[in-house]
Design a protein around this ligand. Sequence first.
Ligand code: NZQ
Ligand code: ZN
Length: 388
Amino acid sequence: MEPFRFHNPTTLYYGKGQIEKHLADEVLKIGRRVLLLYGGGSIKRFGLYDKVMNILKDAGVTVFELGGVEPNPRLTTVYKGIEMCRQNDIDLILAVGGGSVLDCGKAIAMGVKFDGDVWDIYQRKAQATGALPLGTILTHAATGSEMNAGGVITNWETKEKLGAGSPYTYPVFSFCDPENTFTVPRDQTVYGICDMLAHCFEHYFHSTRHAPLQKHLIEAVMRTIVEYAKRVVDNPTDYDARETIMYCSTMALNGMISMGIVGDWACHAMEHEVSAIYDIPHGGGLAILFPHWMEYVKSTDPSRFASLAKSVFLVDGTGKSDEELADIAIEKVREFYREIGAPQRLRDYGIGDDQLERMAAQAVRFGEIGHFRKLGKEDVLNILRASL
Ligand code: NZQ
Ligand code: ZN
């Protein structure tokens, strides 16, 4: 294992009825002036907006609103939020939505406490110097943003999508009620599943020597995702399935299963370049890229893929070499994506070969990507070409 320090300060409320019981208290611990941040309106359609507003009003909280946060949230919206917080002396940002709304909240929170352009933090030219407190109410199981410090923002003018995090951007509290995910449309549910599984893959294909417990923990989350994915896609109001999938998404990226290992993260870096230009859903991009990345890097350590086949897809490995099992694992991953209806090719999103060079160059702008296998520009280009 690598040496590590672990600290996750987010208070997590999981399950039915927790918002009604605890939201007001959590907010009032921090202050009475709240910026309510949300997306394109789904929370109004399924009633969560009214519920939250009533709780806040009854608690004597003054609410300022910023709606319309885009999927793949934009820097322009972040700037708007920073301005609103400064003008209105906001105590707490309450982000209600999916990963995009939460990530936008993190960027605003950092921006308010940063003397300069918050985009510099995403461009790795500066580090965060603080953040306004952020609370979240999650409505979509996917990113793990509810219990991690990271966030991803798109600068649509420069076509850059960059992630950043800081010790200040862990949500102070997060509410995860599976019922709030009942209305997530089928395609978004699929993208969320692809994203949480991708987070597990990024950890699983690490470059650290000897991490047996991490291996088993990651396999347990992957196995559970594979077991419950179809059920949640077919029955969006199956509480047990939504709850299980939601818990998987939190566990996949809150640091609990990945302590002491250095994950790969090349596919995330590549996907961010694709969605920076084409604005595609993050999980859809990952489902396309991962099997091609796997083909490209499988020779690095076929035994890791063999374990994936046996432990997650329950393949009987008797009499099979690691190389054979690696091929079976990749086919099982493809089959899983097909079964839940995930996209398979970049051209499914109308993407051709005209921007591949640019995406590959951008993906390695800070240097080689990946840790399981280090990838340079040519490698990225090869994987993107194979994914077309
Ligand atoms: O905008 P609204 O109207 O809310 O609709 C959203 C949006 O259209 C809809 N939705 C969410 N909850 C719903 C719902 N519709 C009906 N009922 C509900 N309960 O779903 C659509 C997608 O939402 P979005 O927040 O964009 O999805 P997701 O949670 O997948 O977030 C994606 C963003 O997170 C970043 C991605 O790159 C992308 O920008 N990521 C963030 C990470 C993190 N913070 O740790 C890690 C990830 O790897 C990822 O990069
Ligand atoms: Zn992701």
